[in-house]
Design a binder for this molecule. Structure first.
Ligand code: DX5
Ligand code: ZN
Length: 214
């Protein structure tokens, strides 16, 4: 499975509707929505009302990446706003198992995100409860950063853990993904690639999505 999730963080906020329609038309699979609170990460992006607005026009699943402290407090609000997949940070939650059950009860796909410094081994006893794991390949907070090469090794190790446990957990990779490294990331075992700058700063975003996928 090879999915592409363009990150709206790099979209044109003055013409968000146009960019959403482009993604609807394109071969992209999910809309990646980066929610930042200025506490978990040193940046503030957008929140519940904007995600709700996006859901009105988006014809593909909304993948909401919460870069916020106490994410559990906001799960229900984001589901009501139209989220189909919710991922929250391992580093921001003390009771991951409980949080994952909360998401399941709300009827959405649940995923845990790991910062670049967090080893995949911390997920060993929760992996069987997750629909996906999101590996950060940059430090969260900003689009347009350089891909951290070490991520390849993490993808391979996580893929081995998933296979060992006989699971079908998906691996998503976020940060610095572009047309140069996409094929190798899929090859290493990633299933979903998030791309912000690579898509929206390119001359032909729709064609770039095609290239990322092929
Ligand atoms: C970073 C966000 C990413 C970001 C990716 O904190 O989680 O989703 O938008 O942007 P690029 O693809 O430009 O690195
Ligand atoms: Zn993200």
């Amino acid at each position: 499975m090879k999915l592409i999730a363009p990150s709206l963080l790099s979209a044109d906020f003055l013409n968000l509707g146009k960019d959403i329609e482009m993604i609807n038309r394109s071969e992209a699979d999910w809309f990646h929505c980066d929610v930042m609170d200025g506490r978990f990460v040193p940046n503030i992006s957008f929140g519940i009302p904007v995600v709700h607005a996006i859901s009105q026009l988006a014809e593909k699943p909304l993948d909401v990446h919460l870069m916020i402290v106490e994410p559990e407090k906001y799960f229900e609000a984001f589901v009501k706003a139209g989220a189909d997949i919710i991922t929250f940070h391992y580093e921001a939650s003390t009771h991951i198992h409980r949080a994952v059950q909360q998401l399941k009860a709300l009827g959405v796909k649940a995923g845990v995100v790991l910062n670049p410094h967090t080893p995949v081994s911390v997920l060993e006893d929760i992996l069987c409860d997750l629909d996906l794991v999101l590996l950060m390949s940059v430090n969260p907070g900003f689009g347009g950063q350089k891909f951290i090469e070490r991520t390849f090794e993490k993808i391979r190790r996580l893929r081995a853990m998933i296979n060992e446990q006989g699971l079908d957990t998906m691996i998503e990779v976020d940060g610095g993904v572009n047309t140069e490294n996409a094929a190798a990331l899929f090859e290493a075992g990633a299933n979903i690639l998030v791309a912000g700058n690579a898509v929206f700063k390119s001359e032909d975003p729709e064609y770039t999505i095609h290239l990322l996928k092929s």
